[in-house]
Design a protein around this ligand. Structure first.
Ligand SMILES: C[S@@+](CC[C@H](N)C(=O)[O-])C[C@H]1O[C@@H](n2cnc3c(N)ncnc32)[C@H](O)[C@@H]1O
Length: 459
């Protein structure tokens, strides 16, 4: 059993001091995992307490640092009795970093926890549809992510470090690798940090670093996000990054006032896009576009969507929230027409290019808000309707229009079981029922859960 790390260590020191100053220590049994990746237990007075980085079945000594009327938050200081599910977390930053929540739980148990959470979110909404056994999306439990964002941190010694956020987003953790990233991605982190420290005196402009990879193509895109338009030693930075094989695209992204609104991108090396493969298809990715973050797992996800949709010759397919058009293109072989709807302009341009790159003629991509588009097109015949919204799920108006539109099968792809369950409740009250709910693990070691559900109109 691993010793529980001292929460006072590392760059989170100050915030931990604040927590500990409450000195309100209690012995707590962790009953289960809650949404968001915290363990859940009860205080002596019956209130629920949330504790991060613990394992269901642990008994821990925890320091309560925030109390509300009905619940509290605590930080675990010591594991008194470890859960049988507990394992050593392989990453040295695990207990400080907010990137993963479950590295100290064996993978089979992570899967079971996620499956139970899907069930629980449905029960909370009184939805009775069965949940299938969760499937892993690939056999890679680490090194699977194809993108990451770090923040630069300038120390008092004028050296720069790269950091991730702590679990509650309020403190930064200095890292020199991430175990969900490839070795090459970790090498980029270290190279750029060391280059800046050796060669650049005024480092104040460096704000964030984003790395994106095509895992199947080897293409890499690096975005250096600065708070001003001047990029010191631009040529040197480019030369340093180009020494790494696979670098296809380097951007300087200017974020005035360190805000992610109104970004201005400047391509400083190579191609404006990189490429990634899903199955037989090739997709282009721009810095602005969403792309599924687990390149190996996404093939399993899309195969599941394809099998569930069972597109027949002549089908009309609508793919709402289509991103770079990847699901629609993946399902397009037998369809008469696929219409993909996406609100981000650049993603729509990528989707059109992706159809062209894959020599696909039956897909159209429209830049529009999904809700508005479906409202205007609610009279058209749709054989297969795909919806893959962001975590917030669907609006009531869109659900209402879907229920009143003429579709045969709807596939709801969700990355948030809580909003999925909320939406399903509304679908059911409008006569659209889930036939099947299949969770799939796209994000090992983290609390994120993906699922694919088939919905049909009740007769
Ligand atoms: C979870 S991603 C799915 C993308 C795509 N289906 C895929 O598998 O890569 C959700 C997408 O919805 C887009 N989006 C968000 N709000 C939207 C809206 N109101 N109308 C259309 N698209 C929207 C986002 O830009 C993003 O590309």
């Amino acid at each position: 059993m691993p010793p529980f790390p001292d929460p006072r260590g590392g760059p989170g020191f100050l915030i931990e001091i604040l927590y500990l100053s409450y000195n309100n220590i209690m012995r707590i049994e962790i009953e289960k995992m809650a949404f968001g990746g915290s363990g859940l237990g009860h205080l002596d007075d019956g209130r629920v307490v949330f504790i991060r980085k613990v394992v269901p079945g642990d008994t821990v000594e925890a320091n309560i640092y925030e109390e509300k009327k009905d619940f509290a938050f605590a930080v675990a200081e010591k594991v008194i009795t470890p859960s049988p599910m507990r394992i050593d977390a392989p990453c040295k930053y695990f207990y400080q970093c907010g990137g993963c929540e479950h590295q100290n739980i064996s993978y089979q148990n992570q899967l079971k926890i996620k499956e139970d959470l899907v069930r629980e979110s449905l029960q909370r909404q009184k939805v009775t549809t069965d949940v299938e056994k969760i499937i892993p999306s690939s056999d890679k439990e680490f090194f699977y992510r194809n993108s990451i964002r770090y923040s630069f941190l300038l120390g008092q010694d004028n050296n720069i470090a790269l950091t991730r956020h702590q679990p509650d987003d309020n403190e930064l953790v200095i890292v020199d690798a991430c175990m969900l990233q490839s070795e090459t991605s970790n090498l980029i982190l270290r190279k750029i940090r060391d280059y800046i420290n050796k060669n650049i005196e005024d480092k104040s402009t460096f704000w964030q670093l984003k790395i994106r990879e095509g895992k199947w193509t080897g293409d890499i895109m690096v975005e250096i996000i600065t708070s001003s338009s001047h990029l010191p030693n631009e040529k040197g930075i480019i030369a340093e990054l180009r020494s790494i094989s696979g670098i296809k695209s380097i951007y300087q992204t200017i974020a005035p006032g360190k805000s992610l609104i109104n970004l201005r991108r400047r391509l400083i090396f190579g191609s404006p896009v990189i490429f990634e493969k899903i199955g037989f298809y090739t997709f282009q990715i721009s810095p602005e576009s969403f792309f599924q973050t687990n390149s190996e797992g996404v093939e399993t996800l899309y195969d599941l969507i394809k099998k569930t949709a069972d597109v027949k010759i002549g089908d009309e397919v609508v793919d709402l929230f289509c991103g770079t058009g990847s699901i629609g293109i993946y399902l397009s072989t037998l369809a008469k027409k696929v219409s993909g709807i996406e609100v981000v302009n650049q993603a729509v341009r990528d989707a059109k290019d992706n159809a062209r790159i894959n020599k696909i003629k039956n897909c159209e991509f429209i830049c529009a808000d999904s809700k508005k588009w479906l409202h205007q097109n609610r009279k058209i015949k749709i054989n297969k309707l795909i919806v893959d919204p962001p975590r917030a799920g669907l609006s009531k108006e869109l659900i209402f229009d879907i229920c009143n539109s003429d579709f045969d099968i709807m596939i709801y792809v969700s990355c948030n079981p809580a909003t999925f369950a909320r939406d399903l409740k509304l679908f059911e009250s409008n006569g659209v029922m889930a036939k099947k709910i299949q969770p799939i693990d796209m994000f090992p070691q983290t609390h994120h859960i993906e699922l694919v559900s088939e919905l049909v109109k009740s007769k």
